[in-house]
Design a protein around this ligand. Structure first.
Ligand SMILES: Nc1ncnc2c1ncn2[C@@H]1O[C@H](COP(=O)(O)OP(=O)(O)O)[C@@H](O)[C@H]1O
Ligand SMILES: [Mg+2]
Length: 286
């Protein structure tokens, strides 16, 4: 199997204004995603999903560890030609309409004008944007903006698709369509990494998932395998996710409590030895 994305013990810390380490967004993270796989990056808000994706794309640099994307370092110009990215926030030029937006991205990839037009027609059709393709994107609803964002990510017919919360703000119909579209892309051999905190979105489409908690994987495996104990339940992934996060929280709380009580014990024993020393001094003086 061909590994398209490989992270080896990657750590990313954000620094504050004074250069002090402010938060460890990603801790010692290892991950490999194979060709043709749909990998789901799950986790509560702030668990490091977007940071991980940005590290893969070369938009952020790790403090430690190694990353290879399509066999190249992140951000490599040749590799970029084969990658599509949908950021968490929609960065659209409000005064361009849908078609013009796609044309703009097509030009960045140097797609010749005729092929560009055909590709844009294809994507507008694929994402059901015909009705509003000539409206300025500044007037788009969140769901429409997500669609145009995804179409932009697909303009270069990428082999690797990186989607950060693609269904955020989409209605159930849009969400269903997005799921079907991702499955269709999978049948074409595309590799997809998708981050989300909306679990129902990805349960049925991912081959493997990883649950991030405070920048670390607390579970990573094939979906069927992880959800085996939850078989027959109404929302297996949701139940698994909540159980896993709760267990991890308790584990870390207990560890913290243990550390605090150890610290207390140490201070008490230090004080005790101080008293003993005082007593000893007095006795010696006598
Ligand atoms: N540019 C930044 N500067 C400082 N801290 C950041 C920055 N980006 C993210 N973080 C912090 O890193 C952690 C992970 O954030 P993020 O990757 O956006 O999480 P997620 O996408 O899972 O919600 C959070 O604690 C967040 O506050
Ligand atoms: Mg995010």
């Amino acid at each position: 199997m061909e590994e398209l994305v490989k992270l080896q013990e990657v750590t990313k810390a954000f620094k504050d204004f004074w250069g002090k380490s402010k938060s460890l967004a990603v801790k010692n993270l290892s991950l490999s995603v194979e060709k043709g796989e749909i990998f789901g990056l799950l986790g509560p808000n702030g668990s490091g999903k977007s940071t991980t994706l940005k590290l893969i794309l070369g938009l952020l640099y790790p403090n430690r560890g190694r990353i290879a994307v399509l066999g190249k370092p992140p951000g490599n110009n040749t590799a970029k030609q084969f990658i599509g990215y949908l950021p968490e926030e929609d960065y659209l030029y409000s005064y361009l309409n849908g078609r013009e937006t796609l044309d703009f991205y097509g030009k960045i990839f140097n797609i010749p004008s005729r092929a560009r037009r055909e590709r844009i027609d294809f994507l507008i059709d694929l994402l059901g944007m015909k009705a509003y393709q000539r409206r300025p994107v500044g007037e788009y609803s969140k769901g429409m903006a997500r669609r145009i964002g995804l179409a932009s990510a697909l303009i270069n017919d990428p082999d690797l698709l990186i989607l950060d919360e693609p269904t955020n703000g989409m209605d159930p119909i849009g969400t269903r369509e997005m799921k079907n579209l991702l499955l269709e892309l999978k049948t074409k051999g595309k590799t997809i990494i998708i981050s989300t905190h909306l679990l129902s979105d990805i349960e049925s489409i991912c081959d493997r998932i990883g649950i991030l908690y405070q920048g670390e994987f607390i579970a990573i495996d094939k979906v069927d395998k992880l959800l085996l104990p939850y078989k027959g339940e109404h929302h297996p992934l949701e139940n698994f996710f909540i159980d896993k996060i709760q267990q991890e929280r308790e584990k870390r709380d207990n560890k913290k409590k243990l550390e605090i009580s150890k610290e207390k014990e140490e201070t008490v024993s230090v004080k005790k030895s101080d008293i003993d020393q005082e007593l000893l001094n007095k006795l010696l003086k006598k």
